[in-house]
Design a protein around this ligand. Structure first.
Ligand SMILES: Nc1ncnc2c1ncn2[C@@H]1O[C@H](COP(=O)(O)OP(=O)(O)OP(=O)(O)O)[C@@H](O)[C@H]1O
Ligand SMILES: [Mg+2]
Length: 256
């Protein structure tokens, strides 16, 4: 289950500071779209507007025909933040079930079973463990499960793996790809990692420095499913090179 996201003339300013300017963007249902761009260009602000956590100064965001506020209200939108934000007094299983418990009214009948999700991310032996007993990577796996437990058709992620070491980070990336094969959703994903964006995405939007505008819209045509060995292929290396080139162009104005 997934939904399309539509931005029309979206602008955002904080006081005199324009952060996003007249942005039109269509994200097709079921797509995995990454946002990359220089630090401070407005990626998180954009994601927060799609999440309904921040209102645009002008323009509209529509998700499957509804407003972000409506999606939030009916719990059809999940946000996976950079820090896992688990409740320290609840076990792994209890943290994973949290959103289902507090949203009984809007639980879709076909939401995934949190225990099955925990099994899929390799945490079945840690159901009774508390967050302080887990490694950083394990905590972020619980946060991923929590993001998927409502079966939301739109999942928004802001650098979810940025705090992890490189090896754990690529494990998380593979886990996320596998989770999405079983539990499809539209995903908007902010990252500073070119290879992460290339590996996961159907499409990568490269943003210009603030105020954010789309400097390049790159389709990643690599076949799915994408096994970890994909990284060693020429096709993958070429996608990364193109993204790096586009990012460099967006930042320093180089032409292709
Ligand atoms: N609540 C706020 N109040 C005032 N200014 C803000 C607020 N949130 C963001 N900004 C400003 O908006 C600009 C864009 O910030 P944003 O967090 O969207 O950038 P980003 O692209 O996510 O950067 P990074 O890659 O470093 O996370 C920055 O100049 C920041 O100072
Ligand atoms: Mg950010």
């Amino acid at each position: 289950m997934s939904v399309a996201v539509e931005l029309r003339g979206v602008s955002k300013s904080f006081g005199d500071l324009p952060v996003v300017q007249r942005l039109d963007l269509d994200i097709e249902a079921g797509a995995f779209v990454s946002l990359v761009g220089p630090s401070g260009c407005g990626k998180s602000t954009l994601l927060r507007m799609i999440a309904g956590l921040e209102d645009p100064t002008a323009g509209t965001v529509t998700i499957g025909g509804a407003s972000p506020a409506e999606l939030r209200r009916t719990k059809r939108l999940a946000v996976v933040p950079q820090q896992p934000g688990l409740l320290p007094w609840r076990t792994v299983a209890e943290n994973a079930r949290l959103l289902l418990e507090v949203n009984r009214r809007h639980q879709p009948a076909d939401h995934p079973d949190p225990l099955e999700l925990l099994d899929e991310v390799g945490l079945i032996d840690f159901l009774g463990a508390y967050p302080h007993e887990l490694s950083g990577g394990m905590r972020q796996r619980v946060a991923l499960v929590r993001g998927f437990a409502l079966g939301a058709p739109l999942v928004l992620m802001d650098e979810p793996f940025a705090a992890l070491d490189e090896i754990t980070r690529s494990e998380m990336r593979d886990l996320l790809a596998r989770l999405l094969e079983r539990h499809p959703a539209t995903v908007v994903f902010v990252t500073h990692s070119i290879s992460e964006a290339a590996f996961l995405s159907d499409r990568v939007l490269v943003f210009s420095p603030r105020p954010a505008g789309v400097a390049a819209d790159v389709t990643v045509a690599l076949p799915r499913p994408r096994p970890p060995e994909l990284e060693d292929t020429t096709a993958f290396v070429e996608v990364c090179a193109e993204l790096r080139h586009r990012l460099h162009g967006a930042m320093y104005g180089a032409t292709s």
